[in-house]
Structure formats: structure tokens, C-alpha cells
Design a protein around this ligand. Structure first.
Ligand SMILES: [Mg+2]
Length: 233
């Protein structure tokens, strides 16, 4: 084990782009939603191409800054607004959101994730810490985790130190004994370091951030298997 990781007794993990690529998942879910709207709210579907939906979403987000940590609330209100604007029943929004939300969980895990989580969970309590709205039981990973903290339920998103503190409390470990793993240099790496945790930057060779410079004080890993190797588990 790397000497600086010696004191680690618990791990916290980001979800989107750390355990699965999120962009293809969201693109597919948007398509499923568009198909559902075509069948159930044709006027909305016809008048709300992807660019229009994005513009509506930006409008909703700007009007509701208190939802910055709650992507589900923004998505639901965006759909409701599109339905109302084009003469369809706004009450369809919940059903439409459910369709999107289910599709949003049809993720394709990175190859190292199942064997990596298996090894890491055999020794450490794992806590999910996400700014997104993915739910562990819906992606079939609940069995590896001792708990999860989401920005939506916590009320503030990463990199706010309080969400990392909540995750440490869930792991029953003080911050200096916790290693946070994530793909984002700001929300994950800088956020974890500022909250007093160890930080592991998951930077897959084919990932979006592969060319970025690592953050001082952070460990860099290509896969969860590398994390398990470094921890000697
Ligand atoms: Mg991420």
C-alpha cells in the first residue's frame, strides 16, 4: 500500500463518469423520452427538438437556482413546461419523467468496475457521493455500498465540504481516514482535498480528462483495479 494511503479505512465514490460513461447514457435516455412524447404528447414532441428542450432546461435552471443540486426537479419542470407550452396535458410530466429516469439508469459499467468494487468492498465500507440523480439499486450496484449521499437529498452539491463530511459520517470514519474516488478534478478531487479527505482521481486512458494535469496531493488511478492494487486489497 502507498504509505500516504496507509490510514484509509473507508472509501467514497462518485458515480457518473467514474463507474460508467454518463454521456451515452443520457443521450439514449433523451431519445427514449422523445419517443414517449411522440406517442403521448405529439404536439410537444414535434415542437420541442433537443435544442428547444435544452433551452427550456436552461430557462428552468436559471429561474430555480435553489434546484442547482437537484437535476430531477429541473428535468421534471422542464418537461412540464414543454407540455404546457405546446398544449399537451402538463400532468403527463411525471409519467414522462419516470420513462426518462428509468432509461437514465440503463448504464454500461466500465469493465473494471464490478471486479474493482468486489475487491474494494471486501475490506472497506463504500459510500456513493453523487451530484447526479443516479440511484444505486437501479443500476444494480447496491450490494457493494454501505450507503450513499446525493446532492439532491443532502441539499448542496460537491465540491461543498459538507457533502463530503456527510459521506464520512455515513462511513463512520473521520475525513483523514477516507479516500474519495472520482473523475472530476474540481468537484471530486479539489472538493475532497478541501474537506480533508484523501483524493483519488480516476482518469481512464480513454476518458475525457486523460490529458489534464493531476492535482497536487491527489493520487491518480486509471481504473478501480489500480485503486485496489494500491490499497493492497
Ligand atoms: Mg463524475
Amino acid at each position: 500500500m502507498t504509505s500516504t494511503l496507509q490510514p484509509v479505512t473507508a472509501l467514497t465514490l462518485d458515480l457518473d463518469d467514474t463507474l460508467w460513461p454518463v454521456r451515452p447514457t443520457l443521450i439514449a435516455a433523451e431519445k427514449v423520452l422523445a419517443e414517449w412524447l411522440r406517442a403521448n404528447a405529439p404536439s410537444t414532441a414535434q415542437n420541442t427538438p433537443p435544442a428547444a428542450m435544452l433551452a427550456l432546461r436552461a430557462e428552468v435552471a436559471a429561474e430555480h437556482p435553489h434546484w442547482a443540486h437537484d437535476l430531477s426537479a429541473i428535468r421534471l419542470e422542464t418537461i412540464r413546461r414543454a407540455l404546457r407550452k405546446h398544449g399537451d396535458d402538463p400532468a403527463l410530466a411525471e409519467l414522462a419523467f419516470d420513462v426518462f429516469f428509468e432509461a437514465r439508469h440503463a448504464v454500461t459499467l466500465y469493465d473494471d468496475v464490478l471486479p474493482g468494487l468486489e475487491r474494494l468492498a471486501s475490506r472497506y465500507p463504500l459510500i456513493a457521493v453523487s451530484n447526479g440523480n443516479a440511484e444505486l439499486h437501479r443500476v444494480g450496484l447496491e450490494r457493494f455500498f454501505a450507503g450513499s449521499v446525493s446532492a439532491r437529498l443532502h441539499g448542496v452539491a460537491k465540491p461543498d465540504p459538507s457533502i463530503f463530511q456527510a459521506a464520512c459520517a455515513a462511513a463512520k470514519a473521520p475525513p483523514h481516514r477516507v479516500l474519495h474516488l472520482g473523475d472530476d478534478l474540481d468537484t471530486d478531487v479539489a472538493g475532497a482535498l478541501a474537506a480533508g479527505l484523501h483524493a483519488g482521481w480516476i482518469c481512464r486512458p480513454d476518458g475525457a480528462h486523460a490529458d489534464a494535469a493531476p492535482r497536487a496531493g491527489a493520487h491518480r488511478f486509471a481504473t478501480l483495479l489500480d485503486v485496489a492494487d494500491a490499497l493492497g486489497v
